[in-house]
Design a protein around this ligand. Structure first.
Ligand SMILES: Nc1nc2c(ncn2[C@@H]2O[C@H](COP(=O)(O)OP(=O)(O)OP(=O)(O)O)[C@@H](O)[C@H]2O)c(=O)[nH]1
Ligand SMILES: [Mg+2]
Length: 502
């Protein structure tokens, strides 16, 4: 099978976070020893990693639905749930990641580069982690957040050094077949080649790669013939080769008008990628002209006759060859190698990408924690609140549990949502929607007051028991002495404030 899958839509679902646990420590003679429910484990991420071992996106074509493991739930006795395993998907160098709207998210050029394609959900805090001085024994825990779920598009842009362009049947595939070990399909009918083929060309101890792309015809940029879609494969080439059919009998075609026609199509092809990579516009790319089929006497005559004119008109080197008779191939190889090597020198050395991890949208610390209150355009006296934190908090809340709902209200008040609603004109009883949940607003504070934190988690059975466990005391002292991070839950994960804050 020689199918070249160069574009694939992935349906990704990262792992959900495990739920936090509500549990109360039990021991002989100490029946109610304090909250000891552990945290849920974080869900696994879906990560793309560039490797030299894969060359196509074929595997994804057959398995586009990808789901990472869920974190497990926390349990009693301060046991945290296990983290869901990350799912690492290997992609070839030259893979470009786009979102469903076609926006480029990452350009994975170098082996070792990683891209977090979908982030796992945070595990929910258990009631032990939710305990505080004001809330000694929470009777609730947080639910794990769902993992990111979305579609991403992967496109492969071959990293060929040389790109062959030409009319159908000009002999592009024939040229690749005689210059490399690749065996592309060759035919005497137009559009024999439907997908780009890559060949490796050896010149002494040096090598370069050559991509043969489907034939181009005038109007390709408007979708005529096979269109220009596949040109993304030659965007990164060091040199473009015009393969010209000097033996064509087509009226109205000759080498010079063929080159002009294809140049017009290339000019119409605009690539967003060029700006990103700084590789320059396709129109700036070095070019050479190959006049093919010189084994046909009239063709050779025409080629000799036009060579100088073409050189003069376009300013590019012109070589006369015959792919079928294998004539003129060595000068062509050396000429191409020369240009490729000059280009390699110019390009910045590939930095070792071992540690490059690209995250889709890094949390912006300036906007972090902020939220917006907007009137609901569809309903009177209704408001919609958007913002990363409040939306996540909604997901973490067990609405069956009054204490959990109360805790949510406390968090909202602390963040300033009450104030925001008031400013936006909300009144007691207004409808407020956050992350798909709608409720009637009941202000907890009167205007101007600081939010009063209510005594959530005052389970009467626990009221008399203010003793903290030995485990907790040890932890607290370790935190004070800076031996452990207070956010380190011992689950082997790096303590990250960001992950747990809020
Ligand atoms: N006489 C002669 N025929 C050639 C030469 N190179 C290619 N051909 C013939 O031209 C026809 C088209 O060759 P391909 O290599 O398939 O051409 P292509 O440019 O890849 O064509 P598409 O894939 O359709 O764009 C075939 O019948 C080849 O045998 C050559 O040097 N001399
Ligand atoms: Mg071909």
């Amino acid at each position: 099978m020689n199918r070249f899958i160069d574009r694939v839509v992935l349906h990704l679902a990262a792992g959900d976070g495990g739920n936090g646990c509500v549990s109360v420590h039990r021991e002989k003679f100490k029946p109610l020893g304090g909250p000891d429910g552990g945290n849920g484990g974080h869900g696994g991420d879906i990560v793309l990693e560039v490797t030299s071992q894969v060359h196509t996106l074929l595997d994804f074509h057959f398995h586009p639905h990808i789901k990472a493991e869920r974190g497990t739930n926390g349990s009693g006795d301060h046991r945290n749930g296990a983290r869901g395993q990350d799912l690492v998907l290997e992609v070839p160098p030259g893979t470009v990641v786009l979102d469903a709207k076609g926006e480029t998210l990452a350009d994975l050029t170098t082996v070792g580069m990683k891209f977090i394609a979908a982030a796992g959900g945070n595990g929910g805090l258990g009631n032990a982690a939710l305990a505080s001085n004001a809330r000694k024994a929470p009777g609730f825990a947080l639910i794990g957040e769902p993992g990111e779920a979305h579609d991403l598009v992967l496109e492969l842009k071959s990293m060929a050094d040389v790109g062959l362009v030409g009319f159908p049947s000009a002999g592009k595939s024939s040229l690749v077949s005689v210059m490399s070990a690749a065996k592309p399909k060759i035919g005497d009918y137009p559009f024999t080649t439907l997908q780009p083929n890559l060949g490796v060309v050896n010149v002494g101890h040096e090598t370069f790669t050559m991509a043969d792309v489907p034939g181009l015809i005038p109007g390709a940029s408007e979708g005529k013939g096979l269109g220009l879609d596949f040109l993304r494969h030659i965007e990164r080439t060091a040199v473009l080769v015009h393969v010209v059919d000097t033996a064509t009998m087509d009226p109205g075609r000759d080498p010079i008008s063929d080159i002009e026609a294809l140049e017009a199509e290339l000019a119409a092809y605009q690539s967003a990628l060029d700006e990103d990579t700084g590789l320059g516009d396709l129109s700036q790319r070095p070019r050479i002209v190959v006049l093919n089929k010189a084994d046909v006497p009239e063709a050779e005559e025409l080629a000799e006759f036009l060579k100088e004119d073409i050189e003069e008109q376009f300013g590019w080197p012109v070589l006369i060859i015959s792919a079928v008779a294998r004539k003129g191939l060595d000068p062509l190889k050396y000429k191409l190698l020369e240009i490729v090597q000059a280009d390699r020198k110019k390009r910045p050395k590939d930095k070792l990408a071992e540690s490059v991890i690209i995250k889709p949208k890094a949390i912006d610390h300036r906007t972090k924690g902020q939220f917006q209150v907007n009137p609901d355009p569809q309903h009177p006296d209704s408001f919609i609140i958007t913002g990363d934190k409040p939306e996540r908090w909604i997901l973490q809340t067990d609405f069956e549990n009054d204490e959990a709902v109360g805790y949510l209200a406390d968090r909202f008040a602390k963040l300033g949502i009450e104030e925001g609603l008031r400013k936006a004109g909300a009144q007691t009883g207004s409808n407020v929607t956050i992350g798909g949940v709608t409720f009637e607003w009941e202000p907890m504070t009167s205007a101007g007051d600081d939010p009063i934190l209510t005594g959530r988690g005052t389970d009467v059975r626990l009221e008399k028991n203010n003793r903290i466990s030995a485990e907790e005391r040890k932890r607290a002292s370790q935190v004070r002495r800076g031996l452990i991070d207070e956010l380190d839950f011992g689950d082997g994960q790096k303590a990250s404030r960001e992950r747990w804050e809020g």
